[in-house]
Design a protein around this ligand. Structure first.
Ligand code: CO
Ligand code: CO
Ligand code: CO
Length: 326
């Protein structure tokens, strides 16, 4: 699920759908994926596609697949199988480019142990690629948006800033060298982070994508009726984000996210750079995890030992549901 939230349009339709006791997570909690009980297991279902984030079609395919798979990991699931979703400008670009995108996607499916079952393609003026993914989870160990408890620590597993960096690269203000570290992070699966979160008793989890860190932190706050405090100085950030800001680069998503953000205190006294950072839409972003205070340090150490630029970025307080910026 992503930006341009259409939930207000979809809500009336949901009341008319057949309710099922097998729906464990539906569209009502802004979760990363839907979850359906199937026998003893829980099936986790999601779909996601994106526009290009770089010039290399193979690497774009890798990022798009990692981004789509991430919603399964953010629920505490493991992907089982996937379908390609292709909107390709086949009239204006050579077919070899699309073959490269698909090969990049397949790279990540192999790495994650996900079977490709097929897909669907349409001709489209604007290139988009992604996946519909079905995964499996333990119904007793789902990482939804509703489990955060006062006293929990908040961890983030990847640096922020990809929205402004991608736009800066597209607009020529940033170089391929500037983009490279962000690209490597966007290609990275959230599989290990999800595994470690489950192993350390995480109470809630979501991946940081189109609504930016502030938007997704608010989802965790609303889901559990708690208040979330974020420490801006502790946020992991790509160096190139500040270079993008210095060039005045922002994104449409940043504006939309800031306009949609209610229930946030401390925002008026922030620098414009910090505000840009909090609302910057992420592609294939990290997991935002809440975990009790005790295991938070060991979770952080394990994440770092496995190559994650992770940090403890805040804590969960008593409600009402809001976000406090410190
Ligand atoms: Co999504
Ligand atoms: Co998500
Ligand atoms: Co989740």
């Amino acid at each position: 699920m992503g930006p341009g939230d259409l939930s207000a349009l979809i809500a009336p339709l949901l009341e008319e759908t057949t309710p099922s006791e097998n729906v464990l997570v539906g569209p009502g909690t802004s979760d990363d994926a839907g979850v359906y009980r199937y026998g003893d297991a829980a099936l986790v279902a999601t779909a996601d596609f994106i526009t290009p984030v770089c010039d290399d079609p193979h690497r774009f395919g890798r990022v798009a697949a990692a981004n789509a798979l991430s919603d399964v990991y953010a629920m505490g699931g493991r992907p089982l199988f996937a379908l390609n979703l292709c909107c390709f400008p086949t009239d204006s670009a050579p077919r070899s480019i699309f073959a490269e995108i698909l090969a990049g996607g397949l790279d990540k499916l192999r790495e994650s142990g996900t079977a490709l079952l097929g897909g669907h393609s349409v001709r489209d003026a604007e290139l988009k690629f992604g996946l519909a993914v079905v995964g499996r989870a333990d119904p007793g160990k789902l990482l939804t948006n509703t489990g955060a408890r006062p006293g929990d620590r908040l961890l983030l597993t990847k640096p922020l800033g990809t929205g402004a960096i991608i736009n800066g690269f597209r607009g020529g203000q940033l170089s391929q060298e500037d983009l490279e570290p962000a690209l490597r992070e966007m290609e990275k699966l959230n599989d290990v982070a999800s595994e470690l979160a489950l192993a350390h008793g995480a109470t809630a989890c979501t991946d940081v994508t189109g609504f930016g860190l502030a938007g997704h932190a608010l989802e965790l706050a609303r889901g559990a009726g708690v208040s979330v405090r974020l420490h801006v100085r502790q946020l992991p950030v790509h160096d190139a984000f500040d270079r993008a800001c210095a060039h005045g680069v922002s994104t449409r998503g940043t504006r939309d996210n800031a306009a949609a953000a209610n229930e946030i205190s401390g925002i008026r006294t922030m620098s414009s750079r910090d505000r840009q950072l909090l609302f910057d839409p992420q592609t294939s972003g990290g997991l935002l995890i809440t975990v009790p205070e005790k295991p938070a340090r060991t979770l952080l150490a394990d994440l770092r030992a496995r190559g994650h630029h992770a940090a403890i970025v805040g804590e969960v307080l008593e409600g009402p549901a809001r976000l406090r910026i410190a």
